[in-house]
Structures are given as structure tokens and as C-alpha cells.
Ligand binder design. Sequence first.
Ligand code: PRP
Ligand code: URA
Length: 209
Amino acid sequence: MKNVIELKHPLIEHKLTLLRDEKTGTKEFRELIGEISTILCYEAMKDVKLKTVEIKTPIEKMKAKTLEEDKFAFVPILRAGMGMLDGVISAVPNAKIGHIGMYRDEETFEPVNYFFKVPKGIEKREVFLLDPMLATGGSALDAIELLKGKGVKKINFLCIIAAPEGLKAVTKKHPDVKIVCAHIDRELNKNKYICPGLGDAGDRIFGTK
Ligand code: PRP
Ligand code: URA
């Protein structure tokens, strides 16, 4: 699928195995989500433009490349997306941060939006949406539409596990959105959970069940 990047690396596979294991507890689960998110962030930002500045090393002057950090915004989809925030901030500490509150209705599986707050001037920034799980794609589609409605032109979606169904839905409607995931899983079950997946990401990050 064009514009979909799946990380393929033995260390990611190893961390995913720990993450998926039902025996992994809250503390380790949260740490793993953070570590994988940092790597997703590096991959998602590998083509961003840098600015040239002049600096002086202890030896001599040189022209060096630097990131214009405040041109970027991270937007986690609550709740589970919050688990990815520390990991991406460790890579780009001065990026702006927005929040989209959304949950999936347990009967219809449709997303319900309850909060939307983004930084001023969001339309001029490149946005990185954060959500560990892309299942049916309903939450991602709504979040992308909210951002496009605010005039955002460049959107990336960072997730840990993606289902083929969600990838298909998002790439069909928004072929311009780059999706970076750690793994594409097999399918959704009848309750629209990702198989084999990792269960309910929000509950495992926050220890709510
Ligand atoms: C999960 C997940 C995504 C959504 C994915 O959130 O974090 O936001 O489901 O499913 P979809 O692709 O079918 O829309 P959930 O609704 O469980 O809310 P939570 O983050 O508060 O736990
Ligand atoms: N949300 C989750 O947290 N897990 C899934 O498998 C699907 C949606």
C-alpha cells in the first residue's frame, strides 16, 4: 500500500512480542509503547526538511543542519495515544502538542469525539497523529477529518499495530496521509479487536481493567 510504512527490524519484533504477551504488566507495557513510539517517530520524520545554521565547533566554524522543532505538532488520540507521547517528545522536545478525545462505542464500534484542542497556527504545521491501534480506521478517519477541517495539510499517522481493514479505509479516503506502523496484523475479530493484537491498548497502558 502506497504511503504505508511497516517497520521491519529484529529489535522491534522483540519489543512487540513483549508488548503483546498478556503476562506483561502495566509498567513494562507503558515503557515498551514509549520505546517503540520513539522509533516510529524517527521513521516518520526521516524526510523532514532541515534548516542550515552556522555554528562553531571547538575546532572551526561550520554550516550545520537543524530541525525547526516548532513546525511540528504531535496529536495523541485519547486515551491510548497519550501512551505514545513521551516517546515522541524524547525525539522532538519542542514540538507543539494537541489532543483529540475519542472513544469507540462498544456496540456500534463507531468513534465518539469528546474533545478537540490543537495548538494555534496548526494549519501551518506538519502533524503527527498518535494512536497505538488502527483497527476499523473509524477513529483515525474522524481525527484526520478534524485536522483537515482546521486547514492542516500534512498529516502522518503513527501507530503500533494496524489491521489491514483500517489501513484500507484510511488509505482509500486519505491517500495523502503517511501511515507508519510497527506491525500489520492479520485481521479484526467480530468485536473489531485486532488479531493477534495486544488487547485493549488504553486499558493496558492505564491499568483500568
Ligand atoms: C482504541 C484505540 C483507537 C481505536 C481504534 O481506543 O486506541 O483509538 O480504539 O479503533 P478503530 O480503528 O476501530 O476506530 P478506544 O476506543 O478503546 O479508547 P481508549 O483509547 O480510551 O481506550
Ligand atoms: N482498540 C484497541 O485498544 N485494541 C484493538 O485491538 C482494537 C481497538
